[in-house]
Every structure is written in structure tokens, then in C-alpha cells.
Write a protein that binds this ligand. Structure first.
Ligand code: NAP
Length: 285
């Protein structure tokens, strides 16, 4: 059996189109243009590509991109000042600080300096708290993208066994919370999980967010499962996911490729979150 390929590029294009229409309506209603500020510290080549894609798509959907690119040597206090200034700037609705930061900067401190209303990556303790509480707020982009893919594929989550491999603040924990909110029965695995393959094989929906190339093979996949591979591991021969795609695709019913699965969804959801942040600020302000 060859699994259905979940086309993240197509779903992301549909989300961007929806955001574009909604941005036009927002401009019409309010007379203002939503703005996304990106902050890229230093000149890491992979981060530069991510940020330039984010800026380009921001403008493609009709929003304003505001960019700051301080040198890698910036002092933490200066970066915190910049993040706080953007938090108070009325033209800025969303702030994205590209991670990881250079080692001398404390990313937790930088995230905590973000204005939670503009935290379009959903990383501040405030937004993480809202998610934990089940109250609507700004949800991290990659987990939101995973849920959008599952919805697009018509995956029934109510009562389903969902297994998430990875417990990061950025992906694993928030995606597990969203699955729980959708009434799945959720198990979270991590580096100390005793029998990873056996636990994963319970899953009707398997989410891999680990950062270990091709960790999960056919033995980790229940026949007929839906597999979402968040992993993006740069190898000499290109990008690899956390799932051994060829092996898993023999067993699964549907699977995301890497690249072309979750990756494009992350940017699409960032745009959607920026518009949501603009709307919240316009209504509350
Ligand atoms: P992370 O912060 O490094 O977290 C990795 C998680 O995987 C940790 O919870 C860790 O467990 C667990 N883990 C590590 N080795 C394991 C093993 N052998 N068995 C079971 N669990 C293991 O990574 P992340 O930020 O969540 O990212 C995960 C992956 O997603 C990476 O490949 C990253 O590049 C990718 N990513 C992709 C996108 C996208 O847009 N597609 C966005 C974000 C991240 P412990 O907690 O026990 O250490």
C-alpha cells in the first residue's frame, strides 16, 4: 500500500489566499495595513532564507514587512530594547524574532520581552498559558499548521489515538494540546520514552517533531495511520524529516513529505496569526 501524499504546499497556498482576501477586507474596514516585524540577529544562511521568505509572503498577502537585522554581536540589553520598542510601535501588529539566537543571547529573556498581543509565534508564557487553559490566543505557527493539514485531510480526531514524538515548547507540547482540544487521546514521547516504536504503533495520528533524521521507520507506524513529519534536518544530500518516508509510506494511509509538508504551513500560519493579532489590537484598542 502506498500512502496518500499530504500536499503542504497546496494547503499553504490556500491558507495564504484566504489571508490575502481577509487582509483586503481588514484594510477596507479599518483603513490600516497590518505590519509584521521580523528580527534576524546575525547572518546565519538558513535563517536568512527563512526570514526573506517570511518577508516576501507577508507583502504578497498585502501586509507590511518591517525588518531589523542587528549584528550577531548585539548586546542582550540592546536586543531587549528593540523588541520592547516594536511592542509599542502602533504600525507593528506581529513580531517574529528568528530563532535560534547567537549563544550569548538568552532566547527565553527575549521571548519574554515580547508584547504578548504581538507574539505571532505564540511563544510567550502568556500565550502558552492561554493554550494550556484552552482559551483562544495566538497559537504557535507550526502546530497550527499541523492542525490545518489534519483538518484539510478530513482526519477524524475525536477519540483517535494521537502520539506526538517531541515535547518542545515550540512544537511538541503545543501540538499535543491542540490535539487534546480536538478530543484525541494524546501520548507525548521524548528522549526517555522506553519503547518508542511500540508507543508510536498505537497511533492513528503520528506527529514527529524530534530533530533526528529518519528516526521513525515502518515499525513505528500502525497500518492506516496518518503521519505528519515536522522534522527538518539538513543533511549533505538535502533535507530529511524525522520519519523514514519511503518505509513509512508503505504502511501509512497518508503522510507529509519533507520538504513540501509542514514547512510551507508554518509561514502560512504566521501570516494568519499576524492578521489575527491586528484584529485583536484593533478591537481592543
Ligand atoms: P527540540 O526543541 O530539539 O525538541 C526535540 C524533542 O525531541 C525533545 O522533546 C526531545 O526529547 C525529543 N527527542 C530527541 N531525540 C529523541 C529520540 N531519540 N527519541 C524520542 N524523542 C527524542 O526540537 P523542535 O524545535 O521541537 O523541532 C523538532 C524538529 O522539527 C526539528 O527537526 C526542527 O528542525 C523541526 N521544525 C520544523 C519546523 C517547520 O516549519 N517544519 C518548525 C519548527 C521545528 P527531550 O525533551 O527528552 O530532550
Amino acid at each position: 500500500m502506498a500512502a496518500r501524499v499530504i500536499d503542504g504546499k497546496a494547503v499553504a497556498a490556500a491558507v495564504r489566499e484566504r489571508v490575502k482576501v481577509d487582509v483586503a477586507a481588514y484594510k477596507e474596514e479599518t483603513g490600516r495595513t497590518p505590519g509584521l516585524a521580523t528580527v534576524l540577529v546575525g547572518d546565519d544562511p538558513a535563517s536568512e532564507i527563512y526570514v526573506s521568505n517570511k518577508r516576501r509572503t507577508t507583502e504578497e498577502v498585502g501586509m507590511r514587512s518591517i525588518h531589523h537585522g542587528p549584528e550577531a554581536s548585539i548586546r542582550e540589553e540592546e536586543l531587549l530594547d528593540l523588541v520592547r520598542e516594536l511592542g509599542e510601535d502602533d504600525d507593528v501588529d506581529g513580531i517574529l524574532v528568528q530563532l535560534p539566537l547567537p549563544a550569548h543571547l538568552d532566547s527565553d529573556a527575549v521571548v519574554q520581552a515580547l508584547n504578548p498581543e504581538k507574539d505571532v509565534d505564540g511563544l510567550t508564557p502568556y500565550n502558552a498559558g492561554l493554550l494550556a487553559h484552552g482559551t483562544p490566543g495566538l497559537v504557535p505557527c507550526t502546530p497550527a499548521g499541523v492542525m490545518e493539514l489534519l483538518a484539510h485531510e478530513g482526519v477524524e480526531l475525536e477519540g483517535a489515538e494521537a502520539v506526538v514524538v517531541g515535547r518542545s515548547k515550540l512544537v511538541g507540547v503545543p501540538v499535543a494540546r491542540l490535539l487534546l482540544q480536538a478530543n484525541a487521546t494524546v501520548t507525548i514521547c521524548h528522549s526517555r520514552t522506553r519503547d518508542l516504536d511500540e508507543t508510536c504503533r498505537r497511533a492513528d495520528v503520528l506527529i514527529a517533531a524530534v530533530g533526528v533524521p529518519r528516526l521513525l521507520g515502518a515499525e513505528a507506524v500502525k497500518p492506516g495511520a496518518v503521519v505528519i513529519d515536522v522534522g527538518m534536518n539538513r543533511l549533505e544530500d538535502g533535507l530529511a524529516g524525522d520519519v523514514d518516508y519511503d518505509a513509512a509510506a508503505e504502511v501509512a494511509a497518508a503522510i507529509t513529505p519533507v520538504p513540501g509538508g509542514v514547512g510551507p504551513m508554518t509561514i502560512a500560519m504566521l501570516l494568519s496569526n499576524t492578521l489575527q493579532a491586528a484584529r485583536i489590537r484593533t478591537t481592543s484598542g
